[in-house]
Design a protein around this ligand. Structure first.
Ligand code: AHR
Length: 646
């Protein structure tokens, strides 16, 4: 098979905003807790119900249950929220009593930092903290005195001498008396301010231009003041968006520390669902106000006198959808968005606002109505797209679509994405706003199986990496219109990165991001493609595409004009395709280099045990010049790099 690509270096389309390389994390599934955040304990503020053992907060377990011992979730004496774990021993049976939690993945020679907030009455000896095996045999233990009376924060480091994926933490005492546990935390000692060092390093590899947080749907019921101040004191809340218990360990200050560490811009999405303009404005002041303003002073009191200077603020998330806490009609949203904008800009006139837009297939007429009222008082219109899309409540949950059906649908997806973007671009222009309002595609990805039994953890394959490269090609082509974009999401949930308690692996979606982020110029230039085509059936929210191109191509040029990056995707599942490349507008040097995303099959993926099945590798240097033929392996994405003569 043969395709033709013609690049015109002298016909620039526009400057590529680095904000096309943004990312998104949400309080959802294992994205933050169990992924990025290093806390190892669940229900660490003893906030959950006693699901399995009467009086013992789940998933903690009793140690030394017996006739003279009582376990209670105490709702009168507590450190935070409205509950603590109480253990009262009236009759000494000579055994230790307390609670334990596991399985915890313990690693040999790793130091763990334990913090326990406890109070006691009548204890005759110390508390004993131990990392142990499933039978309660200690690997390492420590005795710590807890004075009588009020709550005490007890901290210690435990060096574990063994590997044990089924390890446990126990907190016990001997003799009679009463112990209350208000909070506990166990983390590896060498985190980056509570964030998992290995995951942060993997994220750094993607050079995210911004990080969007805290949601997603989660944002529509999030009250930011729950997430500031001393971490052990923060309340746990039921998150109505996803029905999960939110411990509020990660809040504004932790998120800012992560952004600082990564050198990325924070993008905060405010709560338009159950929140108010005043609450959003207070958040702006907490982040950006001087240390002598009301909320700036609160930030300073929390240890951060310097303003964070958060520039990007989303005014709501998918507030058109019936899955969204507080969803409303377009006109109501538009009027509310103006109130939010007024209140937030009164605190900081420099902030950039991203308003809620919608795909026509999800909320017909939404964008037209919102743009008509909001006009340019929002700088961006947010769009989300997942291929093939999801229709809440309408999915045939009992029919998991086979890969044969899905492959062409995913491969044709980026063409649909481009059409959708251009349609909205046309609408923005009809409102006369093309110079002032741009698109933020701030959630996009493949979403195929995440509805089923995988807790939103999409098993990404090379196919999905090819999709990602093609979407970037589309974003580069439409860079005048789309000025922000963030892949959804970064870790575990629809994750570019997947973690286990002790390691991680990088998916083809991650590698595709790296390919583009590391090998793209800053100016996109006209690129024409002639390619054999395939037919993709309709699926979920995607219409059929009878003539999708096997080969997708897009070229970008470096700022100095001396490098050309030609991104080429061969979406054919089985066949290589030879591409005749012609470059006009500059003289091209003879030697070309490049990088390629590839794997044994389009349906290959990486895993913790086989992390390098799908790989990103340099290609053999090749003979280039202004005209050359380059053969793309089946199911591959390649960026060729060529030197341009001045
Ligand atoms: O990314 C997962 C969810 O998808 C987000 O919370 C929401 O905005 C979208 O519907």
């Amino acid at each position: 098979m043969l395709a033709k690509v013609r690049v015109q270096t002298d016909r620039p389309i526009g400057r590529i905003d680095r904000n096309l390389y943004g990312h998104f994390i949400e309080h959802l599934g294992r994205c933050i807790y169990g992924g990025l955040w290093a806390e190892m304990l669940v229900s660490r503020k003893f906030e959950a119900q006693d699901l399995k053992e009467f009086g013992v907060v789940h998933p903690w377990q009793s140690v030394g249950r017996g006739p003279g011992v009582r376990f209670d979730h105490d709702n009168t004496t507590f450190y935070t929220g409205r509950q603590s774990q109480r253990i009262s021993v009236h009759q000494d049976d000579g055994r230790p009593h307390g609670v334990s939690q596991g399985p915890l993945a313990l690693q040999r020679d790793r130091r763990y930092h334990l913090r326990v907030v406890a109070r006691q009455a009548g204890l005759s000896g110390p508390l004993r903290f131990a990392l142990e095996d499933v039978d309660g045999q200690p690997y390492v233990e420590q005795e710590v005195l807890c004075p009588q009376g009020d709550w005490h924060v007890l901290e210690t480091d435990l060096l574990c001498p063994a590997d044990d994926l089924l390890g446990r933490l126990s907190i016990t005492f001997r003799g009679t008396g009463t112990l209350w546990l208000g909070a506990a935390s166990l983390m590896p000692a060498e985190t980056r301010g509570g964030w998992r060092a290995d995951v942060v390093e993997a994220v750094r590899g993607l050079r995210p231009s911004f990080l969007r947080w805290p949601g997603g749907n989660f944002a529509s019921a999030y009250h930011w003041q729950d997430g500031i101040g001393p971490r052990d004191r923060r309340p746990s809340r039921i998150d109505p968006a996803w029905g999960a218990l939110e411990p509020n360990d990660v809040g504004t200050d932790e998120f800012m520390a992560l952004c600082r560490d990564l050198g990325t811009e924070p993008y905060l999405c405010v709560n338009v669902g159950s929140g108010t303009p005043e609450e959003a404005a207070a958040w702006v002041e907490y982040c950006n106000g001087p240390a002598d303003s009301t909320y700036g002073a609160l930030r300073a009191a929390n240890g951060h006198p310097e303003p964070y200077r958060v520039r990007y603020w989303g005014v709501g998330n998918e507030i058109y959808g019936n899955w969204q806490p507080g969803h409303v009609d377009a006109e109501t949203y538009a009027r509310r968005a103006l109130e939010f904008a007024r209140a937030m800009r009164a605190v900081d006139p420099e902030i950039v606002l991203i308003g809620v837009g919608a795909q026509e297939y999800e909320a017909p007429g939404w964008n037209d109505a919102v743009l008509g009222i909001v006009r340019d008082r929002m700088d961006y219109l947010s769009l989300h797209h997942y291929t093939p899309g999801y229709a809440a409540g309408e999915l045939p949950i009992d029919h998991v679509p086979p890969h044969e059906e899905l492959y062409p649908v995913v491969m044709a997806g980026p063409e649909r994405v481009e059409e959708l973007l251009r349609d909205v671009g046309g609408l923005i222009a009809r409102h006369g706003l093309e110079e002032r309002v741009h698109i933020a595609l701030d959630e996009w990805n493949v979403w195929l199986f995440a509805h089923y039994e995988c807790r939103l953890e999409e098993p990404f394959l090379l196919r999905d990496g090819l999709y990602v490269v093609s979407v970037f090609n589309a974003l580069h082509r439409n860079c005048r219109l789309v000025r922000m974009a963030s892949l959804a999401q970064l870790v575990n949930v629809l994750g570019a990165i997947y973690t286990t308690p002790t390691g991680l692996f990088l998916t083809p979606v991650y590698l595709a991001n790296r390919l583009i982020v590391e090998h793209s110029g800053t100016i996109s230039v006209e690129t024409a493609v002639e390619s054999p085509t395939f037919s993709a059936p309709a699926a979920v929210l995607m219409p059929a595409r009878p003539q999708a191109r096997y080969v997708d191509a897009m070229a970008t040029v470096s700022e100095e004009g001396d490098r050309l990056y030609l991104s080429l995707v061969n979406r054919h599942r089985h066949d290589p395709i030879a591409v005749e490349v012609e470059i006009a507008g500059s003289r091209v040097q003879m030697q070309g280099i490049g990088h390629q995303l590839h794997g044994p099959s389009a349906l290959s993926g990486n895993s913790i045990t086989n992390p390098d099945v799908v790989r990103l590798d340099p290609v053999e240097p090749f003979l280039a010049g202004n005209r050359f033929t380059y053969t793309l392996p089946a199911h591959s994405a390649t960026v060729l790099e060529l030197s341009l003569e001045p």
